[in-house]
Design a binder for this molecule. Structure first.
Ligand code: PMP
Length: 361
């Protein structure tokens, strides 16, 4: 295959082409250093410039308040499922979880190893096709934190409105929606994201945490799992994922040049709108999520026939639309249309789906 494919993977996923071209042009000699970013010491001045700029850009693009720390970590978003309770479940030993899919469920199970991780609400009864409604009264005012997964990668739902948790700090997994639209960080105690969808390559996990929540980890917390370790050392306690941080910096430069998150959100709404409009008008395909909770990033849909779903996936792949098979628990198809998916990719996919519908009905 000579041309690039449209990759609808849930992650790792597409990166903006200008970012890849820039990385390629700087591969052998990063800005006159005579070396690749992959080869340089994480203690060097030149890498320090990269990590400092990456944090500055992230703060600027997301509008992160000054009383929040930005941590560049490893271990994937999944490590946060343990790091969060180890660092935050330190008062009453209780935390409230809302189950909106597999990732939230995994997080709750992990937290239950360390304390009382209570399930406040769940949408499991309808295969996680909606976000359960809650009020402040549902939350335990003594809980050390309340936990949500803001965008559910597998099921294609997203919180349209944040739950009111009263004074209890809200913790959110934003792995599959960070940088897709503006996010008011001040509403959260902590947000975290695996980078491999909207920020850069796999291997980097970004944690944004309010300063007062750092420094109270349980005694048993491994040094590397203590937020304080990384906050005190500007994420340079040990070797950070240097190349992933560099690519994240380039992604943030690309985003800033594009006009920031307001502009990104406009583009994302347009892309998702094209696909949802098609699904709403199709006689063959239908989206699986209740409309008010639809994700801008992950769009699951089905024909109603396993056989036709499989045929559509196969024919889509042959036309260069790859990784469009739905998660095994939902079936059907899923188009993940993160920031780097061009508008043209969605238009061409809809064109394909329209042709498929005609040929198969
Ligand atoms: N949370 C969400 C919302 C995800 O989509 C994923 C991965 N797809 C994870 C957590 C787990 O991420 P990781 O593989 O980086 O541990």
């Amino acid at each position: 295959m000579n041309s690039r494919v449209y990759n609808f993977s849930a992650g790792p996923s597409m990166l903006p082409e200008p970012v890849l071209s820039r990385a390629a042009s700087e591969m052998l000699n990063y800005q006159g250093s005579g070396q690749s970013v992959m080869e340089m010491s994480h203690r060097s001045k030149v890498f320090d410039g990269i990590i400092v700029r990456c944090e500055e850009l992230l703060r600027k693009v997301l509008g992160i308040p000054s009383n929040y720390k930005v941590l560049f970590l490893q271990g994937g978003a999944s490590s946060q499922f343990a790091m969060i309770p180890l660092n935050l479940m330190n008062g009453s030993g209780k935390a409230d979880y809302i189950l909106t899919g597999q990732w939230a469920t995994k997080a709750q199970k992990e937290a239950a190893r360390y304390g009382d991780a209570r399930v406040v609400a769940s949408s499991k009864d309808k295969t996680f096709t909606y976000i359960p409604k809650t009020t402040a009264a549902d939350f335990d005012p003594e809980a050390d934190y309340a936990y949500i997964c803001m965008n559910n990668t597998i099921y294609g739902t997203k919180y349209a409105e944040l739950p009111d948790t009263g004074k209890v700090p809200l913790v959110a997994d934003v792995s599959s929606c960070i940088l897709s639209e503006p996010l008011d960080v001040s509403k959260f105690g902590l947000v975290f994201a695996g980078a491999q969808k909207n920020m850069g390559p796999a291997g980097l996990t970004v944690v944004i945490v309010r300063e007062d929540l750092i420094g109270h980890a349980r005694d048993i917390t491994p040094t590397m799992f203590n937020y304080q370790t990384h906050a005190d050392n500007r994420s340079l306690f040990n070797t950070p994922p240097c190349y992933a941080i560099y690519i994240c910096m380039l992604v943030l430069e690309w985003l800033e040049e594009l006009g920031g998150l307001e502009e990104m959100a406009k583009i994302n709404r347009k892309k998702a709108g094209i696909l949802y409009d098609f699904l709403d008008n199709s006689k063959l395909f239908r989206g699986t999520v209740e409309k008010e909770y639809r994700s801008l990033m992950n769009v699951p849909f089905v024909t109603g026939s396993d056989e036709l779903d499989k045929k559509a996936v196969k024919e889509a792949e042959a036309e260069g639309f790859i990784n469009i098979k739905g998660h095994r628990t939902v079936g059907g198809l899923r188009a993940s249309i993160y920031n780097a998916m061009p508008l043209e990719g969605v238009e061409k996919l809809v064109d394909f789906l329209g042709r498929f519908e005609k040929a198969n009905s």
